[in-house]
Write a protein that binds this ligand. Sequence first.
Ligand code: GDP
Ligand code: MG
Length: 192
Amino acid sequence: RNSCVSDSSDSVISSGSDSEGQIYKVVLLGEHGVGKSSLARIFGGVEDSSDCEETGNTYDRSLIVDDEETSILLYDIWEQDNSGWLKDQCMRMGDAYIIVYSVTDKSSFEKASELRIQLRRARQSENIPIILVGNKSDLVRSREVSKDEGSACAVVFDCKFIETSASLHHNVRDLFEGIVRQIRLRKDSKEE
Ligand code: GDP
Ligand code: MG
């Protein structure tokens, strides 16, 4: 169907990714069409291929945040296939999660809550960093979810919240810096 399918999934799932320093695995979750791949491509620095709808991809990048470098492996594989196995794997593999909905799509917002609950169930007592993302903030006239609803939801689910526009690159950098900071916070509190 498309010419740019990546087949990174096999190696990705099985890799331990621990050889040289620590690489943190961040997994994108959310309904189809909310902008996961758009955000991932910006992160990966390959946003030009927007007409190429991959079925799954991973992006490896180091970010310098607050003068410190952190390596992130970003997984955009949630929709790769419909096997329960892969979804299950996604819920288990992440060191941190980005749950995306579209502010123009109420049902994607409801789905985000479901995903948060699923994640909590899968990871029980673990205190994993999660950022709830309301994407497509540029589409002012078709907005169905207010910023207040988004942030209230994040409070209930005990996670961070940010609105982004992948199209305008608005807040995308803040999102990924935020996830790095969250990861560091959890790591530091574990070491104490
Ligand atoms: P995914 O299915 O979650 O991976 O979503 P995609 O990244 O493939 O995006 C779905 C559609 O929404 C594409 O047509 C994107 O160009 C569009 N899109 C993604 N992010 C934004 C955004 O912030 N603003 C607008 N207006 N469109 C967006
Ligand atoms: Mg996608």
